[in-house]
Design a protein around this ligand. Sequence first.
Ligand code: ASP
Length: 316
Amino acid sequence: MQKISLAIHGGAGTILKEDMTAALEKAYLQALQDSLDAGYSLLEKGAGAVEVVKAATVVLEDNILFNAGRGSVFTKKGAHEMDAAIMDGKYRTAGAVAGVRNIRNPIDLAEKVMRNSNHVFLSGDGAIDFAISQGIALEPDEYFFSQFRYDQWKQMMDSNSYALDHSQQQVEQLMKDKKFGTVGAVACDQHGNIAAATSTGGMTNKKYGRIGDTPIIGAGTYANNKTCAISCTGHGEPFIRAVAAYDVSCLVEYKGLSLQEAMQEVVNNKLLALEGEGGMIGVDAAGNVAMLFNSAGMYRAARSSNGLDMLKIYGD
Ligand code: ASP
C-alpha cells in the first residue's frame, strides 16, 4: 500500500538549547505541530501533495515565530520582501515569486503563478499586480512586524558589509547568531505524487533586491515524482551555487542513490565545501522521508502512515 508522508521545516541555523527559554521552545514545537496537523489531516482525507504542502506552509507563514509571511525579517531599508516557491512533482510544474511585499501568504501567490499564469517566476511590482488580479490577500506593513526581527535588524542595520564595517570579532558574532527561519514542506500523497513548498523573508538586512535560494527552482525548492521533493533552508547564496535541491534529485536519478544518501552527499559534502550552512527536508514517491542539516539545529517535524512521528529542534 502506498505510504503517505509529510515533512516540514521552520528554518535551520545556530539553534541551541541554551539560548532557548522553555516557553519559546514550547511555542515553536506547538507551531510545528499545528502545521503538521493541518497538512497531515488533509493527506489522510486524500488531498493531493500540492494542496498539502501549501496548507502546511500557510500555517507557518501565519505564525510570527518564523521568517516567512508574518514575522519576516527586515531588509536594509526596513521593509519585508518575501520569496516563495512551490513545485508539483507529477507534472513538474512550478510557481515562484521573489521580492514581494504585503502579500499575506506568498506561498498562495506562488501556487497561483503555477496554476493560473503562463509563467514560473514573477517578481516585485509585477507579482503584486498579478496577486491583485487573483484576489490574493494583502496586508499592511504592520502586519509583518515582529519585535524580535526588528531587534535583530537594529543590531545589524549599520553594517553594509561585514568585512568592511565590523571587526573580525563582531563579524564572527553576527555570523554565529545567524538563524534561518525559512519555512517549507514536502509531501507524498496516496497516489505517490510528491510536491515541495518553501517560503521566506530572506536574510536580515538584505539589500539591492537580494533574492535567496528559496524561490529558485532547483536551488531551494524542487520536486519530481521520479526522484524526490526537496525544500531547503540556510544561507541562500551557496545553495544557489550548489543548485542544492536539484543536485539531490540528480544523485537519485543518475547515480541511483537513495534519498537519504543523496541528501547526505549534498548537505554534508557539497554544501559544506562552499561554506553553505543550513539543511533540507525531502520525500520520495515511495513516501520515504529524509531531513538533514549541517548547522546546530533545524526546526523540523514529520509524520507518515507507517508510524513515523517526529518533532525536533536541535541537533539530536
Ligand atoms: N535560504 C533563505 C535565503 O537565503 C534563508 C533561510 O533559509 O532562512 O533567503
